[in-house]
Design a protein around this ligand. Structure first.
Ligand code: NAD
Length: 361
């Protein structure tokens, strides 16, 4: 059996605890792993003077695959975001966020099975911004005002929304390929092309073109505000949703809420040469070091990683084991209990032990 070299980034806050739980579960699948442990976040800042050391990036580049715990973003300017830094440095253009209800997780909905594919590098999140009152903003505003019929106020702060044909094509292709490989039936492109006729219009146009190459998969599109309403009213009509960065950020949190919250929501950031899997939640500092945080989102991110590596059976086995433990409800962390009573709840490591026992049964 193959052995995979994987960069393991424990992260901050509850990161080390949920990462260790996940590493043990993945090791118990029988798939061979060599974990290349690397630092990022506050610990990296203390040890290396940088929240995202070059050695960490080099490790993910070398291994092509990483599993990452959440990172605390230090408050104050001057710190680059580790998550944005990783995505940009490694061109992790696709953010994959499945949202599925599980028996035993309290949620408003009970039959959700959606996959959000979010473009990760473009759109208004590209980081091209000009602050109010700066000479750079004044130059940009003057250049735009010389060309546009609608003037921009001289003291405006500016954030640039940019969408390219190449960026749109690869994210929509990713969504269709994912749909095909995972036997999903429909892809919906989400946009606001009725208002942003050029940027979102381009995204929609490219999506319609790409869809022609996948006649086996149904395609439609929805305007993002209508999409949010429809997700509340008839989520079963949707399957894989693909969208630009900002809408993807918001809609994926909406879907995470629909399936029971951050503790159970996994994710992956995927590029051509490297991919990094991580839970959607943050470092939850109030729970750090107490062995009480829910490891589910991180473990399910590990299952996504297994599937991405082609280890579909092992990925499914982990998902089934997690689902069985949550459905049983006796060996789960406090947040998965109806009474939220920590004295009756399993610890982070205890829940991982129960998942491992189920995997081995
Ligand atoms: P958070 O996700 O850490 O916490 C939000 C709420 O959910 C809190 O009440 C927290 O206790 C709870 N929670 C989250 N994960 C949990 C788990 N596994 N088990 C039990 N409860 C859990 O979000 P936040 O408080 O806004 O952010 C805290 C820090 O994390 C910030 O520094 C933020 O920048 C960072 N952050 C990092 C990432 C990442 O690395 N991908 C993502 C989001 C936030």
């Amino acid at each position: 059996m193959a052995t995979y070299q994987v960069t393991l980034i424990a992260g901050d806050g509850i990161g080390p605890e949920v990462t260790e739980a996940t590493r043990r579960v993945l090791d118990a699948t029988g798939v061979g792993f060599e974990w290349d442990e690397q630092d990022a976040g506050l610990m990296a800042l203390d040890k290396h003077g940088d929240v995202l050391p070059e050695a960490t990036l080099a490790s993910v580049r070398r291994n092509g695959i990483g599993l990452k715990g959440p990172i605390t973003t230090p408050i104050g300017s001057g710190f680059r975001s580790v998550n944005v830094g990783l995505r940009q440095a490694l061109e992790l253009y696709a953010n994959l966020r499945p949202g599925r209800t599980m028996q035993g997780v309290q949620s408003t909905f009970d039959d959700i099975d959606l996959v959000i594919v979010r473009e990760n590098l473009e759109d208004i999140y590209a980081g091209v911004e000009f602050d109010t009152g700066t000479p750079e903003a004044a130059e940009v505003i003057a250049a735009i005002n010389a060309r546009s019929k609608r003037p921009i106020a001289g003291n405006a702060a500016i954030s640039i929304k940019m969408i390219t044909p190449e960026g749109s094509r690869r994210i929509v292709q990713f969504a269709f390929e994912y749909a095909r490989q995972n036997k999903r039936k429909k892809v919906t492109a989400v946009h606001k092309a009725n208002i942003m006729k050029f940027s979102d219009g381009l995204f929609l146009h490219v999506a319609q073109e790409v869809a022609k190459d996948y006649p086996d998969i149904e395609f439609n599109d929805r305007i993002v505000d209508n999409m949010c309403m429809q997700l509340m009213q008839k989520p079963s009509e949707y399957d894989v949703l693909v969208m630009p960065n900002l809408y993807g950020d918001i809609v994926s949190d909406l879907v995470a809420g629909m399936v029971g919250g951050l503790g159970v929501a996994p994710g992956g950031n995927i590029g051509k040469d490297a991919s990094v899997f991580e839970p959607i939640h943050g470092s939850a500092p109030t729970h750090a070091g107490k062995n009480e945080a829910n490891p589910t989102a991180m473990i399910l991110s590990g299952a996504l990683m297994l599937r991405h590596l082609g280890e579909r059976d092992a990925g499914e086995a982990v998902e089934h084991a997690v689902a069985a433990i949550i459905a049983d409800g006796t060996q789960v962390t406090y947040d998965l209990r109806a009474d939220r009573d920590p004295s009756k709840a399993a610890t982070t490591s205890g829940m991982a032990d129960a998942i491992i026992a189920t995997l081995r049964a």
